[in-house]
Design a protein around this ligand. Structure first.
Ligand SMILES: [Zn+2]
Ligand SMILES: [Zn+2]
Length: 146
């Protein structure tokens, strides 16, 4: 399935379903002042790293769809794109460092100290990603040819 992105900020949106139906939300570590406007990503869209929501992705981690821990109406759909740095941390199994990196980036972007609740949420989220991974990271260039 094609990624759904926000028309306003071009970021990949999180998909979730609740009693009102299917909805989309910005990634939790991205600070926005607008409502998400979901559209299908145009062909060739690469977006940002799904882990840190910041850098350009270079590879893709195959991930099965899963419901987000502690937010069972939120769902992760599809594979996770990773930038160079996040990819290295995933590949070497340094998930703790990945949490620190992403939490620090989010804090830096907002100009606030690292939020422990964000760090904790990321820990549970990445834990779930790790459990639902189907294989190794693949280079994004290879992925686009399929
Ligand atoms: Zn947006
Ligand atoms: Zn990244």
């Amino acid at each position: 399935m094609k990624p759904i992105i926000c028309k306003v900020c071009s970021r990949r949106l999180n998909h979730y379903a609740d009693e009102f139906g299917v909805a989309y939300a910005h990634p939790l570590d991205v600070d926005t002042n607008h409502e998400p406007e979901p559209i299908e990503a145009p062909k060739g869209w690469r977006g940002k790293c799904d882990f840190c929501s910041h850098d350009e992705p270079v590879s893709v981690l195959p991930v099965d769809d899963f419901r987000l821990p502690k937010m069972s109406n939120h769902q992760s759909l599809g594979d996770w794109a990773a930038c160079g740095m996040c990819a290295v941390l995933v590949e070497t199994g340094r998930w703790d460092s990945l949490v620190k990196r992403v939490a620090a980036k989010a804090a830096q972007q907002r100009g606030v100290p690292v939020d422990l609740i964000v760090a904790f949420t990321l820990t549970t989220l990445f834990d779930a990603v790790r459990k639902h991974t189907r294989g190794r990271l693949r280079p994004l260039a290879e992925e686009n040819e399929r």
